[in-house]
Design a protein around this ligand. Structure first.
Ligand SMILES: [Zn+2]
Ligand SMILES: [Zn+2]
Length: 253
């Protein structure tokens, strides 16, 4: 999903996780903002990856992709890549044609939900089906308010087509998480208007059995396996936890 960092940085992070670049089979582009497409052209070309992208996003991103790599998608038709089924849904964000995605495999759903201004019906519906979700927790309302951003930018970020605040994300989590959700990855944190420690504390105090992970802006998040009944964490230090019910290995994030 998206390539907001340069190709070399993607390669570096994959290597540190012990993952081969050959694991990549396709890229889905959510919208044209530069923090989502910066490394796309080079990565797609170098690894000959099909790029699933809508026409308005392609045009507004001024992306000069090789024609034979471009594939269109719609919210109506899920796309199958190997064993994964990717479902797109439209969302509220100030881009030409923005989408978020749910990746499904053998009954497990993993959502990738960032760059969302409002907890719209689509988001709530898909979030409530996820075993794991990568959810935007972009800004702390107080930090944004008292911070140095110009007024118009503060309005844009907090507007209904901007980003989710930590408070909004928490509300989505506490109100709409299904009983079977095992992991919540808080993501797309603002460098200037949020703090990973604050986000971790906020969500952990409401997490119950759900494992809370705050994704870093600077480095890769560990690889997790999401399973129907239980979960194994594969940490970056190769420390592997044996699962009591180690069955149905379904999806790697
Ligand atoms: Zn973004
Ligand atoms: Zn955006």
């Amino acid at each position: 999903m998206d390539v907001g960092i340069c190709c070399r940085e993607v390669e570096k992070r994959m290597r540190r996780l012990g993952l081969s670049m050959s694991k990549l089979k396709a890229v889905f582009v959510s919208h044209e903002h530069s923090d989502h497409i910066k490394g796309l052209r080079v990565l797609a070309k170098k690894y000959s990856l099909p790029v699933f992208i809508t026409k308005p996003t392609l045009q507004n991103g001024r992306l000069f992709l090789d024609k034979h790599l471009i594939v269109s998608y719609t919210a109506k038709e899920p796309v199958t890549i190997g064993e994964l089924v990717i479902t797109a849904f439209s969302k509220l964000h100030d881009a030409a044609d923005p989408y978020s995605f749910v990746v499904s495999c053998r009954g497990i759903n993993v959502g990738v939900f960032t760059d969302i201004g409002t907890a719209c019906k689509n988001l709530v519906h898909h979030f409530s089906t996820c075993h794991a979700a990568f959810l935007e927790s972009n800004y702390d309302e107080h930090m944004l308010e008292v911070g140095g951003y110009p007024y118009y930018l503060k309005k844009r970020i907090s507007g209904e087509k901007g980003h989710l605040s930590s408070k909004q994300a928490l509300e989505i989590f506490t109100t709409h998480r299904p009983a079977y959700m095992s992991h919540l990855f808080l993501s797309h944190l603002s460098k200037n208007n949020n703090c990973p420690k604050l986000v971790g504390e906020l969500f952990n105090s409401h997490a119950g059995e759900v494992k809370i992970v705050v994704a870093s802006r600077e480095e890769e998040t560990a690889v997790f396996r999401i399973e129907l009944s239980t979960t194994i964490e594969l940490s970056t230090t190769e420390e592997k936890h044996q699962s009591t019910k180690a069955r149905q290995l379904v999806l790697e994030l």
